[in-house]
Each structure stands twice: as structure tokens, then as C-alpha cells.
Design a protein around this ligand. Structure first.
Ligand SMILES: [Zn+2]
Length: 315
């Protein structure tokens, strides 16, 4: 059996895992990112997480074939430098050379959403597909595009940013500077924003009680209320699904992949999210009369897709 190390660098956590040839994570170690620190301290914690995961597997670095890193932002595969990662506050960080020196084994990296897509493609919801698109709805809307087994990220490694295509001209302000981006409507902060607005508009909505009990408004609040028949909650969920279907249909109309996978916490809503979403997509997508239509599915690996996908880099 051969082993590789996958490290998922997120805005909140750094998660490292030793992964075997069957895509099984045999040991894991997690540390907080604390991205407000200077980047070299974060790099030291990436090294710590990787070394600890290897030690937890009862191994040394000599037992590991290679390490892969999934990192937010623009990862230049030619130079090994993270050119820009807005949610880590990184500009031109020499990630690969630093980690390579510390581990002494080959090190590869990729944008984190791309790495997660690779994980789902190898071992999750997109297994057996030729082409697949994976979106992850979280703090933002990350996406990975795989065509014939290869990640597509454009001529400058900044491609596949489906989250920053506009679904509403002059709409909500996005963190990227544009207005009306897909991400500005279909991310956890966007869902929280529209839930809060609905609570203000309809003070007797169940969302008020649900959020007070939980101590905060979350991405789950509107779904929980809607499932109990709350009208305002249903309105928030319906609008979310309408916006989500718009962004997905735009993407399918360009790529027509075999599979389109939806991940992130909101995918825990299961069929309650998936069924109306599929119905909308199937009724509007350009290929609606085709017998070979894109399958719409939920991701299967959860937050493990980042580690598994990263472990496959360079393989
Ligand atoms: Zn944007």
C-alpha cells in the first residue's frame, strides 16, 4: 500500500490527513488557521499539521509518497506561489517551496475548491463521470471544473470562478468588487442576510424563535422554519433555490458536464433542497429535451473531499 498526505488549508482550519491508495483517510490532524497572523506562522502550522498526521498514522515522512495542498486563492502551478488569497490575506506566498523544504518529499498544490472537486471526482459523487463540476457553498461559493479527468483552471490558474459570474446585474455587492455575483446570493453569508431581512419584515415568523433558541441566525434557520410550514421561511428558501438554479443552469449551458455536484453545509438539507432545485433546472436548462442530461447530485465526501483531493495532486 502507498500513502500520500493531503492538506486542506481553509480560512478557519488547516486539516491534514494521510490517505491510502483506496482514498481512505487513515489519520488526521487539524489546527486553527488564524489567518490574521503573518503568513510564515500559518506555514509553520501547516507543517505541524502534516507532520502530526503522519506521526498519528505511525509513520515517518519517508513512508509518504508525496504531499498535496489545497489552498484558497490563485495558486500558480508553475511557480508554486499563492499569488493572491483574499480570505487569508496572502499576496505572493511561496507555499510549495516552504513546505517542500520542511517535509523533504515532493509537494504539489491546487486551489482548494479544485482539490475538493478532484476528491469528489475520484471517490465521491462524481465517481465514474468523465466531466464534472463541483460547487461548495460556504463562506463563498467555490467551484472546480473537471473535463476528461483534468482540472480546468484557465490560462492563469484563476479560472473556474463560477461564484463570480453575475446572476443579477447591479445586484448585491460581492466581496470581489462586482455587483450581483452568484456568490453574493448563494453563500452562507448571503443566506444569513436574507434570513435576517425576512425576520425584520415578518416579525411573527418562526425564524425569529428558531434563531433566538440557537443564539444566532445561521444558514439552517430558514430551512428549519420552511420545513415546519413557515411562510416567510419558505419564501427565503424558495428565493435561494431560484438563485442557485440560475447560477447552475448558466454553468450547465456552458459546459454540459456529466455531473454537477453541490457541496457545503447547505447540502445537508438533502432532498428538501435537491428535489425543487432539480425540477427548476430540468425545466429551464438548454438541453431539457436531451436524453443525456447533467445529473444534479449532492457531494458525498463532506469536508473530507479537500484532504482526499489534495492527496491526489501530482499522482
Ligand atoms: Zn464576485
Amino acid at each position: 500500500m502507498r500513502y500520500s498526505l493531503g492538506i486542506d488549508i481553509g480560512g478557519t482550519n488547516i486539516a491534514a490527513g494521510v490517505v491510502d491508495e483506496n482514498y481512505r483517510i487513515i489519520s488526521e490532524y487539524k489546527v486553527k488557521t488564524h489567518s490574521d497572523r503573518s503568513y510564515d506562522l500559518v506555514l509553520d502550522d501547516i507543517v505541524l499539521a502534516g507532520k502530526t498526521a503522519v506521526a498519528n498514522a505511525g509513520m515517518t515522512m519517508q513512508d509518504i509518497d508525496r504531499a498535496g495542498l489545497g489552498c484558497p486563492g490563485t495558486c500558480n502551478l508553475n511557480t508554486g506561489i499563492v499569488e493572491y488569497a483574499n480570505n487569508l490575506g496572502w499576496h505572493n506566498v511561496p507555499l510549495v517551496s516552504y513546505i517542500n523544504k520542511a517535509f523533504g518529499i515532493p509537494v504539489f498544490f491546487e486551489n482548494d475548491a479544485n482539490a475538493a472537486a478532484l476528491g469528489e471526482y475520484a471517490a465521491g459523487a462524481a465517481k465514474d463521470a468523465k466531466s464534472a463540476i463541483v460547487i461548495t457553498i460556504g463562506t463563498g461559493l467555490g467551484a472546480g471544473i473537471i473535463i476528461d479527468g483534468k482540472l480546468f483552471s484557465g490560462s492563469n490558474y484563476a479560472g473556474a470562478e463560477i461564484g463570480h459570474t453575475v446572476i443579477n446585474v447591479d445586484g448585491e455587492q460581492c466581496t470581489c468588487g462586482r455587483k450581483g455575483c452568484f456568490e453574493a446570493y448563494c453563500s452562507v453569508p448571503a443566506l444569513i442576510r436574507s434570513t435576517k431581512q425576512a425576520i425584520e419584515k415578518y416579525p411573527d415568523t418562526m425564524m425569529k424563535e428558531i434563531s433566538e433558541k440557537a443564539g444566532k441566525v445561521s444558514g439552517r434557520t430558514a430551512f428549519a422554519a420552511a420545513k415546519q410550514g413557515d411562510k416567510a421561511g419558505k419564501e427565503v428558501v424558495d428565493t435561494f433555490i431560484k438563485n442557485l438554479s440560475c447560477g447552475i443552469i448558466n454553468t450547465i449551458n456552458v459546459f454540459q458536464p456529466d455531473v454537477f455536484c453541490i457541496g457545503g453545509g447547505v447540502s445537508n438539507e438533502g432532498d428538501y433542497l435537491l428535489n425543487p432545485l432539480k425540477e427548476k433546472i430540468n425545466s429551464e436548462v438548454y438541453s431539457k429535451n436531451s436524453i443525456h442530461n447533467t445529473k444534479i447530485v449532492l457531494c458525498q465526501l463532506g469536508n473530507k473531499s479537500g484532504i482526499i483531493g489534495a492527496s491526489l495532486l501530482g499522482s
